[in-house]
Design a protein around this ligand. Structure first.
Ligand code: CDT
Length: 319
């Protein structure tokens, strides 16, 4: 028996600050039509897929800042995407900035939703690992203010959808082993991960040449070590003067890349993913019940700044 899911990546090229939501949704719809024509059952879009990557700017004016967030979903600008999904009977994953009015006030999240083939939101995820910094740092060529503009979500969870057990994560989450493992411990068979990754990493410019490699390394390791599919989708290219990596790819539970985007523009690529390929890994090499040793993993007590290098560097404190 096999459970195939045809998954499309809807990689986006750059979105400039002046580009309207309407124009972006039009691009997303064009890719959705192409994905459907290729036989896709779901299309995966990037993180913060409706606007330019605004955390690159220090924005003092709250009204201006909040213009990058969505206060409801769907909304007038995004409704055409939901309508098209229902019409074409195709699902999608979409990342966006969420401004949520909760009982105790306004909260800002870096969010992704999973939408079924009837155009209904069936799951929502709020990004856990927020990279960058929270204060203006003028020495940088551009800012990365996710820590200022978002608060971390509550955690990772899975959802039964599209014939399997699905998980969601966002960008920096893909670099953390915990992301995949926490999902895999809940039985995750496929994780969707949208991202925006500048080529230039200001605190560690010596990593710039490795940015594509680290992207793929993280996705491949996460997929293999947890017996799951990983679908990573970029917003790529030169956006407001900042170059971001492409490299969107679909990784099988074997750790092999089975599909990849080759441009840094709007691009659709597809893979036929057998969710049953997860089982052999989950039953053998990564049979958690049989081989994990949780008693050995709880020895480290975490206290920020207490991990000392030989030269006295405090890893949790230094940049
Ligand atoms: N969006 C996002 O999470 N980007 C980060 C950039 C890291 S540099 C601050 C990433 O991990 O790709």
């Amino acid at each position: 028996m096999s459970r195939h899911l045809n998954v499309a990546m809807g990689q986006l090229g750059p979105i400039q600050r002046a580009d309207s939501r309407t124009a972006v949704v039009k691009r997303l719809c064009t890719m959705m039509r192409e994905a459907k024509s290729l036989g896709a059952q779901i299309i995966v879009y990037p993180e913060l897929a409706l606007t330019t990557f605004f955390p690159r700017w220090y924005i003092d004016d709250v009204q201006e800042l909040h213009s990058f967030y969505e206060t409801s979903m769907p909304n007038i600008a995004t409704q055409p995407l939901f309508d098209l999904a229902r019409q074409l009977e195709i699902g999608f994953y979409l990342g966006y900035a969420e401004l949520a009015r909760e009982a105790d006030g306004l909260h800002r999240y870096n969010t992704a939703i999973l939408v079924n083939t009837r155009g209904e939101i069936v799951d929502k995820y709020r990004k856990v690992h927020l990279p960058g910094h929270s204060e203006h740092e003028p020495w940088r060529r551009f800012q990365h203010l996710e820590k200022r503009y978002f608060e971390p979500g509550p955690g990772f969870h899975v959802r039964r959808a599209f014939g399997g057990v699905m998980g969601m994560a966002l960008c920096n989450d893909r670099r953390w082993a915990e992301t995949y493992r926490v999902l895999a411990l809940q039985g995750c068979e496929m994780v969707f991960i949208g991202y925006n990754t500048p080529v230039h990493n200001a605190p560690a410019p010596q990593h710039d040449d490795l940015s594509l490699f680290h992207n793929q390394l993280s996705l491949q390791a996460g997929a293999y070590q947890n017996g799951m599919w990983a679908v990573g989708v970029a917003k790529a290219g030169l956006e407001e003067g900042v170059d971001s990596i492409g490299g969107s790819c679909i990784v099988a539970p074997s750790g092999e890349v089975v599909a990849r985007c080759i441009t840094k523009d709007d691009e659709v690529q597809l893979a036929r993913c057998d969710l049953d390929w997860c089982a052999v890994y989950k039953r053998t090499t990564f049979n958690f019940d049989l081989h994990r040793q949780p008693h050995a993993y709880g020895l480290i007590t975490e206290k920020k700044g207490e991990t000392l290098a030989a030269d006295g560097t405090q890893w949790g404190v230094d940049r």
